[in-house]
Design a protein around this ligand. Structure first.
Ligand code: LMR
Length: 397
């Protein structure tokens, strides 16, 4: 049976990560996978996480099963982090959350949940979107279509085109939107655009699915969730897929959540029973460690404050690097306008260079960039910026 299999290409992001590891050029730079890095190029464990882990080691009393929805205190804390404590949906008891193995686990649970609601639903995603979104929904047997989003020409949004396309979406379909720090473009909706999107969702009757993997990496924990909060206030039903990989630096612990907002509390209980049945049929129960760490941090004022500070440090470093990259590239007089890098949010932007130039960066300079020209700005440092800017300028000549 296995001999019938045909080999598949490696994942465009994870394949790059593996190739970078094997490269022995001491000047190599990894701007591929979306992982935060400090000035030394390391992805350290946050101090708040270390303290929470020490507490867990001392206080953990059992390794027995955790339950289908995972750690219920974690689920409550995540709802509050995403929606704020006094959001109308929480006061009306309309939200149900399951802890999931990472943001990807959350998206896969959401995909199966959507299929149980409407097996013919199409999931609409931004053009472009995170490389894994499309295969993930298709693997669950859903149809995926795209709507215009990023304006490659003007490095902004194709907002009018986006709205025109979404007006045609049939009721019962799902529209995936990135809450903040759009992956891969870094281009987010502003407050006014969120309102228009929310009103449209209500009018047309599609269900929004908000993917929030970078809360706190853009402007602040609250501001990065404002669009999502406004949307949840406007529509009756919505799905939120969240991740703690980046903002808690818990990548390999695989911790995220899938939240379902229903029209009322009774319907939320029904939706929850379906959500838990989906979980049972995929992985039965989530792992305990990551959720316990997040819950310990969010249950302690001291650890929460420390986490806020560490998150702000990561965000400030990324925003500082955005200015550094823009200034350094502009100083090289390449004839290209890189001011958009400062206007975009989160770890990613498209450099806007072509495939041959991306290949040259990798082959001649050991600079690793995803084939779409997406760069992870956090991979830049004050010690490699000149090497990077010189290399980009040389391939642009
Ligand atoms: C990324 O976009 O690089 C990250 O979300 C990591 C991944 O799994 O692709």
């Amino acid at each position: 049976m296995f001999s019938e299999l045909k080999p598949l290409p490696t994942d465009p992001i994870l394949g790059l990560m593996a190739a970078y590891k094997q490269d022995d050029n001491p000047n190599k730079i990894d701007l591929g996978v979306g992982v935060y890095k400090d000035e030394q190029g390391a992805t350290p464990v946050l101090k708040a996480v270390k303290k929470a882990e020490a507490f867990r080691l001392e206080n953990e009393t059992t390794k027995s099963y955790i339950g289908l929805a995972g750690n219920l205190d974690f689920c409550t804390k995540m709802e509050q982090l995403l929606l704020s404590d006094s959001h109308t949906t929480l006061l009306a008891n309309r939200v149900r959350t399951a802890q999931t193995p990472g943001g990807t686990g959350s998206l896969r649970v959401a995909a199966e949940f959507i299929k149980r609601c409407n097996k013919d639903a199409t999931v609409w995603v931004t053009t472009p979107t995170w490389a894994n979104h499309i295969s993930l929904f298709e693997a669950a047997g859903l149809t995926v279509k795209e709507y215009p989003y990023y304006d490659y020409e003007n490095k902004g949004l194709l907002f009018d085109e986006m709205i025109d396309t979404l007006k045609q979406v049939p009721k019962g379909d799902v529209v995936l939107v990135h809450a903040c720090c759009h992956n891969p473009s870094g281009m987010d909706l502003n407050a006014e655009q969120w309102q228009i999107f929310a009103d449209l969702a209500k009018e047309v009757g599609f269900t929004p699915l908000v993917d929030i993997a970078y809360q706190g990496f853009g402007t602040s924990l609250d501001e990065d969730a404002n669009g999502l909060r406004l949307l949840a206030q406007t529509v009756e039903e919505m799905i939120i897929c969240s991740s703690c990989s980046k903002n808690f630096g818990l990548y390999r612990e695989r911790i995220g959540a899938c939240s379902i907002i229903s029209k009322d509390a009774a319907n939320a209980d029904v939706a929850n029973s379906v959500l838990l049945s989906v979980v049972r049929s995929i992985y039965s129960m989530p792992p305990a460690h990551g959720a316990d760490i997040v819950n310990t941090i969010l249950s302690s004022d001291e650890l929460t404050q420390q986490w806020h500070q560490e998150l702000a440090e990561m965000r400030d470093r990324i925003n500082g690097l955005r200015s550094l990259v823009k200034d350094s590239l502009e100083q090289r007089n390449t004839g290209h306008d890189f001011s958009f890098i400062e206007r975009q949010h989160g770890m990613f932007s498209f450099l806007g260079i072509n495939k041959a130039q991306i290949d040259r960066l990798r082959e001649e300079y050991s600079i690793y960039i995803v084939g779409s020209s997406r760069v992870n700005v956090a991979g830049i440092s004050h010690s490699n910026i000149d090497y990077f800017a010189d290399a980009v300028a040389s391939v642009l000549k």
